[in-house]
Design a protein around this ligand. Structure first.
Ligand SMILES: [Zn+2]
Length: 576
């Protein structure tokens, strides 16, 4: 479904009516003179079409791709006065699509200090970092919080949580909030618990859990966003970033992404904090034409008909900002031992958590499916993925055309063969957090799954062979944005801590398959393949110019290739 801009405004009257639209960058004019044409020539142009063809030149006119071909063909088609970009051997690909990231978290929390294992390898290093942050907060004012992100206990030796014991000692009189690298768990002190009214008598929230000491009092470890988001809601600084300062912070996220060759970001869980107003905030970023990436949105679904009441429908929007579907989160994080498994974890006697119980999920999938919503379903553990497949099959049996909805499974970390067959049968597309392999592969093997089950992690080659439209994501800020790094991991499957180890070598894919997964396949998963994902005639001119051809360097060197230029909507937004 393609909607014009006014449809977006009309369809979301409450949330969008007052937004300025006059300054939006408009599609390029349709003049056929060479003056609005740009020719890229003298390089390697890979449009990522069905045959993965290769050319030396590309012509764009206005904000659209017109053709690919030889230098001579493309120059002749361009017309007099066309701008010419000499590629000088560089490689052109479609702009990369990041199909699963968390825009608001990057904009709202991305400024917090990274105290994760890549920066701070020991528990003592973590505490030292928090002491520095505390001292800086003390200099700011009496109410300033102590905050950090990317804390990742499973990367420590031995693994160890932050609890109120350490955090109260560190900061007895001001709130502390530390987000786990998975984004699913937070660590807070007693002051933060007090502000949120969480006590020994507080029952666990739906879909979440308060970690507790043996006497039942909360220990400061908060499992699931339903447990930790209410704590964060008391933080005035974060509130300011999400309100008055949001537009600038969001434009900064787009700028950082464009420097990595990314031209479309797909937000997973739009509205999880601010409801429909969040979508209106996103629209404001485009008001002055400074935003350098497109945005696709999967809307976070609460219990109520939140989005229906706001008048929002799938496909609403325009080529810059478009609603893709609804997001449901069915379980937690495997490395946090909260992804829901068929059998207990390798080193911990727990099955993990269902954030949505299977019966409730069945009802939700059927209800939203009947209303025509494409669904993005977070499922990490194999039992959670079972519950997703069961729910989709149930909806299909009740008459919902689930194939037409093209639903996704997010992370889809552990997959058995029969689950892959069911995914294909249901017309679904898995999206893998491929950096799980590189950054967490060793702990997935040694602590989380054991040496056998870990072979089922992120099975790119198996789903490729089965014919599913799969993609790869970073889940940023969970792992760093970066598309070339994703290609490297899919092709090499090497481990950060053990460079010589290849995790599940049979799941390595070709460079071409990896490129497809973050261009054409990702566009399909964002319900935008009609406008982005390849450099075929008539599609929007989103492209990246790389210093080297990823097919011509060693797999582990792919992530070192320099992004030379990025173009979005026919204009250069990075490099040059
Ligand atoms: Zn996510």
């Amino acid at each position: 479904m393609r909607l014009r801009r006014r449809d977006f405004v009309r369809g979301t009257a409450g949330a969008f009516a007052a937004l300025p639209l006059a300054g939006l960058p408009l599609p390029g004019c349709s003049s056929r003179s060479g003056e609005d044409a740009t020719v890229f020539r003298g390089g390697v142009v890979l449009p990522v079409d069905a045959g993965f063809s290769e050319h030396s030149a590309l012509l764009i006119r206005g904000n659209l791709v017109e053709r690919v071909g030889s230098d001579e063909e493309v120059l002749a088609a361009a017309g007099a006065g066309a701008r010419v970009v000499d590629l000088d051997g560089r490689t052109v690909l479609p702009g990369f699509i990041e199909p699963h990231m968390h825009f608001l978290l990057l904009a709202g929390l991305g400024h917090l200090e990274d105290i994760g294992a890549f920066e701070r390898p020991t528990f003592e290093d973590t505490l030292a970092a928090l002491r520095e942050i505390r001292d800086a907060a003390a200099a700011t004012g009496p109410d300033a919080w102590v905050m950090g992100r990317q804390f990742d206990p499973i990367q420590l030796e031995p693994p160890r949580d932050l609890t109120t014991r350490e955090l109260d000692e560190l900061a007895p009189d001001r709130p502390v909030f530390v987000l786990n690298a998975s984004g699913h768990i937070a660590y807070v002190n007693s002051r933060a618990l007090d502000l949120a009214g969480i006590t020994r008598d507080s029952p666990d929230p739906p879909g979440g859990e308060y970690g507790r000491y043996p006497d039942g009092s909360p220990n400061g470890v908060l499992y699931g966003s339903s447990a930790h988001m209410p704590v964060l809601a008391n933080n005035p600084e974060i509130e300011a970033r999400l309100q008055g300062e949001f537009v600038e912070a969001g434009i900064g996220v787009g700028e950082a992404a464009s420097a990595l060759g990314i031209t479309t970001l797909c937000d997973q869980a739009t509205g999880a904090i601010g409801g429909p107003a969040e979508l209106a905030r996103y629209r404001e970023m485009y008001a002055e034409g400074r935003m350098k990436t497109r945005l696709r949105a999967y809307l976070y679904e609460f219990d109520g008909p939140l989005w229906k009441d706001a008048g929002v429908r799938p496909g609403d929007g325009d080529p810059l900002l478009r609603v893709s579907g609804l997001k449901l989160v069915t379980d937690g994080s495997n490395q946090g031992f909260t992804g829901r498994q068929r059998e207990p974890y390798h080193t911990r006697d727990t099955l993990g958590l269902y954030y949505i119980e299977p019966d409730a999920l069945r009802e939700m999938v059927q209800r939203h499916g009947a209303q025509g919503w494409p669904l993005s379903l977070h499922g990490n553990g194999d039992a959670a993925i079972d519950s997703i497949l069961d729910a989709l099959e149930h909806a299909r049996d009740q008459g919902v055309d689930v194939k037409a909805l093209r639903c996704r499974i997010e992370h889809c970390s552990i997959l058995h063969d029969e689950q892959i067959a069911r995914i294909v049968e249901l017309g679904m597309g898995p999206s893998f957090l491929i950096n799980h392999v590189h950054y967490w592969g060793h702990v997935m093997r040694d602590l989380v799954f054991g040496p056998e089950k870990v072979e089922l992690l992120d099975r790119c080659a198996s789903v490729e062979r089965a014919g599913a439209e799969w993609s790869m994501h970073t889940d940023a800020p969970i792992s760093p944005l970066g598309s070339l790094h994703k290609i490297r991991v899919a092709v090499a499957r090497d481990l950060w801590k053990e460079p010589e180890t290849v995790l599940a070598p049979s799941e390595r894919v070709s460079v071409e398959a990896a490129i497809r997964s973050i261009t054409t396949n990702a566009a399909w998963q964002c319900h935008s393949e009609q406008e982005i994902g390849s450099l075929e005639p008539g599609k929007l001119a989103d492209l990246v110019v790389l210093e080297s051809d990823p097919r011509k360097v060693s797999p582990t060197a792919i992530s070192d290739i320099r992004v030379s230029e990025t173009w979005m909507d026919g204009r250069q937004v990075f490099g040059g």
